[in-house]
Design a protein around this ligand. Structure first.
Ligand code: SF4
Ligand SMILES: [Zn+2]
Ligand SMILES: [Zn+2]
Length: 483
């Protein structure tokens, strides 16, 4: 499932075969298309297309190249169109200093009007920006900041207008522009140009942007992806951009589809609402099982314990596009059924948002059933508190069932563990985790100590403890890349 968040279906290029184009989109798994207005007339056509086709939604706006058209009359017309059903954004709007078809001052004035319209209608904006980052970001910041009264006291934002949410469409900026966009809370959209042979610099930028903040688009009929470059583009071809993103991110195309669709749904409310509280979920070629949301840590980097940390990122409580907050713990039977045929996966992982060993008995029952059903490999991701939770060594329970255990060590000292992970069992927890790791060694075929590289954590010291002191494998991951 993919969502094409930016196409121009009202373009004359589709005058004769739009039905076939939309049919091919559905066949390719593109469940929703957002068609974008570029002036008042095209915005009107976009609204009509959305009304006529169940999988099409509309955005209304004036492209910066026609910014001179943003008159009071146009403003009123767009305001009315923005209130129509299935209009989910203001766009495309922005700044284009590459072509500079409208004078810069006029482009800026039009963008200010667009941002005000988006705030009044409480809609996100779809931003077009070429060679104008230095002016775009200050304008967006200005829109996000309540006006300052002459005495220097902040005024209440007019009519309590919310901040501007939005997407940078067809992103072509560098790493610095991406960083600023992410700080401003924007989503970043990649189009077919990501697939071009000469787009290695853009791919390098995409590698560094969290996929939780990305959507995909075609910008059809323009920008057909490699190897169709130069031909008429259409929404079905968004799969090609998704495939390149999957390669860049080390994910499957299904993962990219699910994650970017969740992001598009969060931003525009288009496409099917994501399933909530999943208990079995695939990422890459692994199947993860969500045993419980209960935990004996409250890690500062965890969306389970720190929802505000993730607020605005669109991520929590999602992991790679899966919503993991469950209304209650699932039973063994529910887990076994949700897992389906475990032989289809390279590994089955007991993980989720929560500590799986809290439910040791369920874990053992399910692992046993999955092995009997042909599971190739079973991994346990744990905080290593199992012995403390059960007041005895749980390692014998895991022997012969779990092929690999991955234990979150997270810090190099007991004191820092208390500060960052805030464990229920207090200061003795850190030594207990080490003991658990030592006990696993020799009983579980593969043992890894992991670290979430929070700012201030000495990852090199952690590596030494894992490899030299405990004699197990070691892995670190960035704190903002979950799953
Ligand atoms: S141990 Fe895992 S689930 Fe528990 S609070 Fe820490 S990161 Fe979250
Ligand atoms: Zn554009
Ligand atoms: Zn466009």
């Amino acid at each position: 499932m993919l969502i094409d968040t930016h196409c121009h279906l009202d373009d004359p290029a589709y005058a004769h075969d739009l039905g076939a184009v939309l049919g091919r989109a559905v066949d390719a798994g593109v469940g929703a298309c957002l068609t974008i207005g570029t002036d008042v007339a095209s915005s009107r056509r976009a609204v009509a297309l959305a009304a006529a086709h169940p999988n099409v939604w509309a955005a209304v706006g004036i492209h910066p190249q026609d910014a001179v058209q943003w008159t009071d009359d146009a403003d009123a017309a767009l305001e009315a169109l923005a209130g129509q059903p299935k209009v989910v954004a203001i766009g495309e709007v922005g700044l284009d200093y590459f072509r500079e078809a409208s004078p810069r001052a006029q482009q800026q004035a039009a963008l200010r009007r667009a941002l005000r319209l988006a705030q009044r209608r409480r809609l996100p904006v779809i931003l077009h920006c070429r060679d104008a980052w230095g002016d775009l970001f200050p304008l967006l910041r200005e829109a996000r900041t309540p006006p300052i009264a002459p005495q220097g006291l902040p005024l209440v934002a007019p009519q309590g207008l919310p901040l501007v949410a939005g997407v940078l469409h067809c992103f072509t900026g560098d790493a610095a522009a991406a960083t600023t966009a992410l700080e401003l809370g924007l989503t970043i959209s990649f189009a077919g140009n990501l697939t071009f042979k000469n787009a290695e610099p853009l791919r390098a930028v995409a590698r560094r942007i969290p996929i939780e903040r990305m959507v995909v688009e075609t910008d059809a009929p323009y920008l057909a992806p490699h190897p169709l470059r130069g031909q008429r583009n259409e929404p079905a071809h968004v799969t090609k951009t998704a495939a390149v993103l999957a390669e860049l991110k080390g994910l499957s195309v299904e993962d990219v589809g699910r994650i970017t669709s969740v992001n598009a749904h969060a931003l525009f409310g288009i496409g099917p609402a994501p399933a909530r509280g999943v208990i079995a979920y695939p990422i890459r070629d692994s199947l993860y099982l969500n045993l419980t949301n209960a935990c004996t840590d409250r890690c500062r980097f965890c969306a389970l314990s720190e929802p505000e940390f993730w607020e605005g990122t669109g991520a929590a409580p999602f992991v790679k596009g899966h919503h993991l907050r469950m209304p209650r713990d699932p039973t063994s039977e529910e887990l076994i059924q949700a897992a389906g045929d475990p032989s289809r996966y390279r590994e089955v992982v007991f993980c989720g948002y929560g500590e799986p060993t809290i439910r040791l008995q369920v874990l053992v029952e399910v692992a046993r059933a999955l092995k009997a059903n042909g599971a190739r490999r079973i991994r346990l991701d744990t905080n290593g508190h199992g012995n403390l939770i059960h007041q005895r060594s749980i390692v014998p329970d895991l022997a012969g069932l779990v092929d690999e255990v991955s234990v979150s060590l997270n810090t190099a000292t007991a004191q820092q563990y208390v500060e960052i992970c805030r464990p229920t069992f207090g200061a003795p927890t850190y030594e207990a985790i080490k003991t658990f790791i030592r006990e696993c060694k020799g009983v579980i075929p593969s043992v890894t100590a992991t670290v979430v590289a929070m700012p201030g954590v000495d990852v090199e010291a952690c590596r030494r403890i894992a490899v030299e002191e405990l004699g197990v494998q070691y892995r670190a991951r960035p704190y903002d890349d979950v799953g």
